[in-house]
Design a protein around this ligand. Structure first.
Ligand SMILES: Cc1cc2nc3c(=O)[nH]c(=O)nc-3n(C[C@H](O)[C@H](O)[C@H](O)COP(=O)(O)OP(=O)(O)OC[C@H]3O[C@@H](n4cnc5c(N)ncnc54)[C@H](O)[C@@H]3O)c2cc1C
Length: 363
């Protein structure tokens, strides 16, 4: 079967990789002139590390395997520790935190991508796309993996249904040594001012991020001229290592949060969607890249029945999307203190399975 994939992000590359391995003829078109390796880093849950193994994308030496996910109060009190070795043992695959750019590089190895080719006009019924270089390409199947502003989705669904959430993320990496950088601990610190996350990403980097409330025209929006100063002012009084990390920051990357209703049918005829094109969600549950890999895995197996793929995936992906959309970021502290660590670890392990088509099918 000839498959046209639009977009060389996590969803497009993983789908192409899976389809190539299954013997299909695949062409990937990406608007950027080169691989898009910018952005922060992403946590890959056991379903995703299992899928990477199936895709023969060897992540040895890439990212950092995590053993605990800790929730702290702003004064540094530890409220909850989830033991991530429990899901690792239960599912046989670890939790890994990896720079998005390294994941893109890993997945793109061996995948034929035409860069600098933007999809401009899409005819879903004919799996046909007119590209910015003037060519028209056609396949037996068309996969729109072109992210939040998907033109394939626009051809299928019409107007963009995503809305901004009241939260945004400011993020970056620091290479200054901290007690967490070489650890296997992810830490989330919640307070009235917002949320701070600190996660080791491998190769001497620590991802830091701050979630704060904002909107266009307000402080902390994309065009804020002194966001670093504002972050220091707002979070500088929190427990170490937050002030130490803030002292190393020179600039920060902006990541607004969007939510989007997820219908049961994503496509029409030989056209379908994968990844953020179908289900943009806030990063709160750390599921965006994971759900993209889950789409790729099921789509590879269901390429002959796209509506079955969409029905099965929409049912699973709505679960983390619903929770992520609540963005109960500043509610984390009261909730985290309520139940013992062992019970919460078991609940989280069960949730990880419910969020994964791979784990629900394979285990
Ligand atoms: C540059 C970048 C940085 C990111 N940083 C973070 C981050 O720090 N934290 C986080 O949680 N998530 C981040 N994300 C989002 C995260 O990668 C996705 O939520 C998740 O991986 C799902 O990926 P996706 O492949 O569906 O979408 P995306 O990763 O958005 O990939 C879509 C791809 O399609 C391409 N594309 C778009 N329109 C067209 C078109 N018309 N024709 C051809 N190609 C097109 C884009 O250039 C992009 O390469 C980032 C995404 C990008 C593109």
């Amino acid at each position: 079967m000839k498959v046209i994939v639009i977009g060389a992000g996590v969803a497009g590359l993983a789908t192409a990789r899976g389809l190539l391995r299954a013997g299909h003829d695949v062409e990937v078109y990406e608007e950027s002139p080169e691989p898009r390796t910018d952005g922060g880093s992403v946590t890959l849950w056991p379903g995703s590390t299992a899928i990477l193994e199936e895709l023969k994308a060897d992540w040895t030496g890439v990212g950092r395997r995590l053993e605990t996910l800790e929730s702290w109060a702003a004064d540094g009190r530890r409220l909850l520790t989830l033991d991530l070795t429990v899901p690792e043992r239960r599912f046989g695959h670890p939790v890994v935190h990896v720079a998005r750019g390294e994941l893109v590089e890993l997945l793109s190895d061996g995948v034929p991508v035409t860069y600098g080719a933007r999809a401009e006009h899409v005819v879903p019924e004919r799996a046909e796309v007119r590209l910015s270089d003037g060519r028209t390409v056609r396949g037996d199947v068309l996969v729109g993996a072109d992210g939040r502003r998907s033109v394939v989705r626009a051809a299928l669904w019409g107007a963009d249904r995503a809305t901004l959430s009241p939260w945004v993320t400011w993020q970056g990496f620091t290479t200054a040594p901290t007690p967490l950088t070489e650890s296997r601990r992810a830490v989330m610190i919640a307070g009235r001012n917002g949320l701070c996350g600190l996660i080791p990403a491998g190769r001497g980097r620590l991802l830091w991020w701050f979630d704060v409330r904002s909107a266009p025209g307000r402080p902390f929006w994309a065009d804020d001229p002194d966001v670093v100063g504002r972050l220091r002012e707002r979070f500088g009084g929190w427990a170490e290592p937050v002030p130490a990390v803030l002292a190393t920051i020179e600039d920060a990357g902006f990541f607004p949060h969007y939510r989007q209703p997820i219908p049961s049918v994503w496509g029409r005829g030989p056209a379908t969607l994968a990844g953020d094109a179908a289900h943009t969600m806030p990063p709160t549950m750390a599921q965006g890249a994971n759900q993209a890999l889950e789409d790729a895995w099921l789509l590879t197996r269901s390429i002959g029945d796209l509506r079955a793929y969409e029905r099965a995936r929409s049912k699973v992906v709505r679960r983390p999307a619903r929770l992520a959309a609540t963005e109960a970021t500043d509610m984390q502290r009261p909730i985290a203190g309520l139940l013992p660590d062992g019970l919460m670890t078991r609940v989280y392990t069960a949730l990880l399975r419910r969020y994964s088509s791979y784990l629900l099918t394979a285990l």
